[in-house]
Design a protein around this ligand. Structure first.
Ligand code: PEP
Ligand code: MN
Length: 339
């Protein structure tokens, strides 16, 4: 349930509402908009509804609105305005389209520094690179671990680009907290609830990929785990779902973009690389993602795909990525955005 306060309420009046919420055994979540102050009354299930009258009779409260969804704080009902994550001099979820790009996994220092410099030159904002890789086969390359994090930190220093990297387990959080700028939660961990709760204690943004068999509602509940634990900086990332179709690696569900924009205030990204898994189809789907209203994309780029140790056949060459950036600029402008 959310309560909306009357315009112009004083601090003491806000405190009274907060105290009442706590007295009844709920957790208050304050959200100050430009015009209105709303407070989420968070408790198990829909227990808060029973106290609707109590809140309606309080002087300083204008309206009481039950939230019928199983997720609360990430819902559009809780917060009407888009969440913007201000970060390292730019804003995720604002007018500007943000591009994350880099290799699937960090393999050599040389390759990483090379690609990072090229990406910076073409105007990408955030470097991606896996240090811990979730591989389907236990015999496939598992990532360079901390060595990769050192290379990523070096690339950040050389280019000024922050980096996003995947966290697979709660035991990796302590190490990654020291290196990473943005946590990536992969499709295979989209419902690793202990991990999501742990990331709720961080203030670093979390790029939350959609599970390959996760509904939009389940995905938003995953996001709720992070936000409810105290970290509001969640970015949702569509990366393709499992369907009967085998022509592409997954089926990129671009429907999810407007659906999420309707249901939630969180920024929405699209990962066309995993969504299609075929080099030639990535650019068209990246273009479609921006046209559909995504706030950004994450794309795999490798300076020499033939030697890449994971996802080689979906890696774009830097020259392809530079061309895509140009095309995306035109599409961004056509939909009232900037890149
Ligand atoms: C990745 O980004 O390399 C990755 C493994 O993505 P996903 O979790 O979406 O499969
Ligand atoms: Mn990959």
């Amino acid at each position: 349930m959310i309560v909306t306060l009357k315009t112009g309420v004083k601090k003491t009046e806000i405190d009274e509402v907060l105290a009442k919420i706590k007295e009844l055994g709920f957790t208050p979540e304050l959200s100050k908009g430009t015009e209105k102050i709303v407070i989420g009354v968070i408790g198990e299930g829909n227990r808060a509804i029973a106290y609707r009258n109590v809140f309606e009779s309080m002087e300083q409260i204008e309206t009481v609105t039950p939230i019928s969804k199983p997720y609360k704080m990430v819902s559009r009902e809780f917060k009407k305005t888009d969440t913007r994550i201000d970060f390292d001099g730019f804003s995720i979820g604002g007018k500007n389209i943000i591009v994350m790009a880099g290799p699937c996994s960090v393999d050599t220092r040389d390759n990483l520094l090379r690609v990072a410099k090229e990406l910076k030159k073409m105007g990408a904002h955030i470097l991606r690179g896996g240090a811990f890789k979730p591989r389907t086969s236990p015999y496939a390359f598992q990532g360079l671990g901390e060595e990769a994090l050192r290379y990523l930190a070096e690339a950040r220093k050389a280019t000024g680009m922050p980096f996003v990297t995947e966290v697979m387990d709660t035991r990796q959080v302590e190490l990654l907290e020291r290196y990473a700028d943005i946590y990536q939660v992969g499709a295979r961990n989209a419902q690793n609830f202990e991990l999501l709760k742990e990331l709720g204690s961080s203030r670093k943004p979390v790029l939350l990929k959609r599970g390959m068999a996760t509904t939009v509602e389940e995905w938003l509940m995953s996001a709720e785990y992070v936000v409810a634990k105290g970290n509001p900086n969640v970015i949702l990332c569509e990366r393709g779902i499992r369907t009967f179709e085998t022509a592409t690696r997954f089926t990129l569900d671009l429907n999810a973009v407007p659906v999420l924009k309707h249901l939630s205030h969180l920024p929405v990204f699209v990962d066309p690389s995993h969504g299609v898994g075929v080099r030639d189809y990535i650019a068209p789907m990246a273009r479609a993602a921006i046209a559909a209203g995504a706030d950004g994309i994450i794309v795999e780029v490798h300076p020499n795909p033939a030697t890449a140790l994971s996802d080689a056949h979906q890696a774009l060459l830097p020259v392809h990525m530079a061309q895509l950036m140009k095309e995306l600029r035109g599409i961004a402008a056509a939909v009232g955005r900037e890149l």
